[in-house]
Design a protein around this ligand. Structure first.
Ligand code: 23J
Ligand code: MN
Length: 262
């Protein structure tokens, strides 16, 4: 089949609904949960603010519009290589320089929802990924790998979403060897449904924050706070995750979408 014929067929299936567009973004607003780092380590990203310019009033009689205050790493978002010190020197590692081809790619969805419910600090290992491949098929170069934890069901509450206690945040994520393994397969990036691409306790791993450290060192990308992964098949969906073309941006909120056969 030619590419043109495939696209014609896709177009017809999008219109008929045989290919469904699934929304993988959470709500973006003043109540969106945001990362909290230990105060001795860092400054936090600010709460999202929405400021009215006008709404059919004396400041703009026929139009409504707002201006926003929003961090790059807020809500469902994309991590660019320049976000981490290990990826700082890639000329094509910013939101405005990443080749756009990487924003549309197949996705492998690894369901860790049961394990994550039983153990909020659940870690997906290389061994776990290999076991998933034995059941569902190999992860190939140019594909995304995303970890389904159903953590989006907590996103209405920052307290539930961050799940922190005196020992810090508790949320599932990858081990260093998990990220090393998927990088060895040539993946485009790694995504999760939690506040960041790393586990809540990843600050204590070696290296600290291995998803950030290793992905961005390899000029690969991260996705955080993905929603609705429970609506995707393990294989076969296509992910559309385009960050804003922010000049020298280290990341960006995204409207993450998946194309899914119904
Ligand atoms: C800054 C510092 C540490 C982390 C993060 C940001 C993220 O998770 C992020 O949003 O990229 S862990
Ligand atoms: Mn981020």
């Amino acid at each position: 089949m030619t590419a043109a014929a495939t696209l014609d067929e896709l177009a017809a299936m999008l219109v008929s609904g045989k290919v469904e567009v699934v929304d993988l973004s959470g709500l973006l607003g003043p109540d969106t949960p945001l990362l909290k780092l230990p105060p001795e380590l860092a400054v936090d990203t600010p709460k999202i603010e929405v400021h009215r310019i006008s709404e059919y009033d004396q400041d703009g009689p026929f139009w409504a519009w707002n201006w926003l205050k929003i961090g790059e790493h807020s809500g469902t978002h994309f991590d660019a290589p320049h976000h981490w010190i290990t990826g700082k020197d890639y000329p094509d590692g910013y939101t405005d320089t990443i080749p756009v081809k990487n924003f549309v790619a197949p996705v492998n969805v690894i369901d860790c929802s049961d394990a994550s419910a039983k153990d909020n600090d659940f870690l997906l290992t290389a061994e776990g990924v290999k076991a998933w491949e034995a059941e569902h098929g190999e992860i190939k170069a140019g594909e995304w790998v995303v970890m389904r934890s159903d953590w989006d069901k907590r996103a209405h509450s920052e307290e539930l979403y961050l799940n922190a206690d005196a020992t810090g945040p508790h949320s599932p994520g990858p081990t260093p060897d998990c990220i090393e393994y998927i990088l060895s397969k040539g993946v485009i990036g790694w995504g999760t449904q939690c506040i960041g691409t790393d586990a809540g306790q990843a600050g204590g791993m070696e290296p600290p924050f291995p998803a950030h450290n290793l992905l961005h060192k390899a000029n690969r990308y991260g996705l955080a706070s993905l929603a609705n992964l429970d609506k995707l098949p393990p294989k076969g969906a296509i992910l559309i995750v385009a960050p804003l073309k922010l000049v020298n941006g280290t990341g960006s909120p995204i409207r993450a979408l998946a194309l899914v056969a119904r």
